[in-house]
Each structure stands twice: as C-alpha cells, then as structure tokens.
Design a protein around this ligand. Structure first.
Ligand SMILES: [Ca+2]
Length: 279
C-alpha cells in the first residue's frame, strides 16, 4: 500500500470511529443516522420441564404452562451499541410470575447484528406463567424498554400467542373378564394429537345403582406422548380397570360408564361406554 493510501485509510477509520462514539449529545437528532438503533428481532419459546419451566415441550405456548422466551434484539443503526440492557413487561391479565423485573443484559450488539438477552438463565431472557383460564388464540403483548451505555433509549414491543393444546386423548374399551361381582375392562387412553401432554388423571363414574364402588376414584396416567397410549391400571388383572357389582344385579343389566381425563394444564377429554352384565 502506498503511504498516501494508508494515511487516507487511517483518516477514514478515525472519522467513522469518531462519528459513532464522540457525540456531544447522543439524543440530538442531528446526525441521528450515525447512532445505534435497537429493536425487537425474534423470540424462541422453551416449554420443556426444566429451568423452572413447566410445559409439554412442543415449543408452543399453551394455557397452564410456565414458559421461557429467548428474546433477540437487533441493531439496525449505523453504530455498535454497548452495555445494552432491556426491561420487559406485560399488562396481560393472563400472565403471572413474569421475571426478571430487573433488566436483561445484552452486552454489545454490533451494527447489523442481533443478540439474545440473559435474564432468567444464560440462554433464556424472560419467563412467565400462562393462566389456565387463558382462551385459545389469546395474544400476549410484551413491552421492551432498551438502553445502552450512552443513555440512548428505545422502546419496542412484540406479541406471542397462546394456542390450543396439540394433545388429543381418545379412549377405547375391551372387556377382559366377568364374574358375578366384577367386570374387568382394558381401557386404552391414546394421544392421537401432535403434542405430548402431562399429569393426566382419569376418573370413572356411573349412574348405575348396581355399581358398588370403583377401585379408586382417580387413575394417574402421567404423560402420554403423541401417537402413544396408556392402559388404565386399576383392575385385578394387570393393565385393566375393574368395577364391582352388587350381588342382586339382574342378568342383562346395562351399565353406563363415564370417563373423564384431565391433564396438568386443565384440558379435559371425556367419553362414555356401556357394559352388559351377563352372569
Ligand atoms: Ca406447549
């Protein structure tokens, strides 16, 4: 490189450096194009059962979940922004336990770059709980107030949506045993949806006067993945559910059985079937 060219480069570098960092008043609109500008870029949802989150792990925000978001901010300005900090908040009535209340650290966001904020955990920015009363497709607005070391302040917002669960429980029944006081049934709870669901509890009821008792009022099925199933465990034979009948049950009695499944997130699925006492 010729000496004169090198000098020109040094002068040019010094000019750019000066334009970004040495401003008398960074809020002055004169030369605003030479400032950093920070705004929302994107966010990722984590709803697995770890790091204080509780969810079905499908990356979709559902009611009853406690989710973490990794929020990326981008710098669309002409200069790097240093010591960037962002405060997040929401006014949604469906959100509780919103943290952190203090700012999230973004460090330096170079111009034309994006960065995620460190708030709840090193890779998660914010965390909150979605009320079990949240209607499907509810939009949650999140406000962001951003600042940097030059006391520049930006405000932005983004939204996330609470969607219907991807799980869908269906039931099937097969009688496996019958005596004069008991009928055993293989009850299969199958998740025909696209997402796992957790903490499933199944309750059986019957209006029949001949059903003396159910072995238990509630059966815990745990989690069921999409395209997987669980057999209710409550009978005398492994993997079956049993009901006890009164001694005076007439032959041919039709016994209606109602089944209700609830998951951890208060979703419900119900069905009913009939048993016939044959003696
Ligand atoms: Ca989810």
């Amino acid at each position: 490189m010729k000496p004169i060219s090198r000098i020109a480069c040094i002068i040019m570098s010094a000019f750019i450096f000066t334009a970004c960092l040495e401003r008398d008043n960074p809020l002055d609109t004169n030369g605003i194009e030479a400032l950093a500008k920070i705004e929302f870029d994107s966010c990722e949802v984590y709803d697995a059962n770890n790091n204080g989150c509780t969810g079905n792990g499908d990356g979709i925000i559902n009611k009853g979940e406690t989710v973490c978001l990794t929020v990326y901010l981008k710098n669309t300005g002409a200069c790097d922004a240093r010591s960037v900090k962002a405060f997040f908040s929401t006014e949604s009535a469906f959100i509780s336990n919103f943290i952190p209340n203090t700012g999230c650290e973004y460090g330096t966001i170079a111009k034309n770059s994006k960065m995620y904020g460190k708030g709840v955990y090193p890779y998660y920015t914010i965390r909150f709980t979605v009320s079990t009363s949240t209607p499907d497709n509810t939009v949650i607005p999140v406000k962001i107030k951003i600042s940097d070391e030059n006391q520049l302040v930006w405000e932005d917002r983004f939204t996330v949506k609470v969607e219907n669960t991807g799980a869908n429980l269906q039931f099937s029944y097969q009688e496996t045993y019958q005596s004069n006081t008991r009928i055993s049934v293989l009850v299969k709870v199958e998740n025909t949806g696209t997402s796992r669901t957790d903490g499933i509890k199944v309750t059986f009821t019957s209006e029949s006067q001949y059903v003396t008792n159910f072995p238990a009022t509630q059966y815990y099925c745990g989690s069921i993945n999409a395209n997987d199933y669980y057999h209710i465990q409550g009978g005398y034979s492994a993997g079956t559910f049993s009901i006890n009948l009164a001694n005076n049950t007439p032959v041919g009695t039709v016994i209606p059985i109602n089944i209700l499944a609830k998951d951890l997130y208060t979703n419900e699925w119900s069905d009913s079937f009939y048993l016939v006492y044959r003696d």
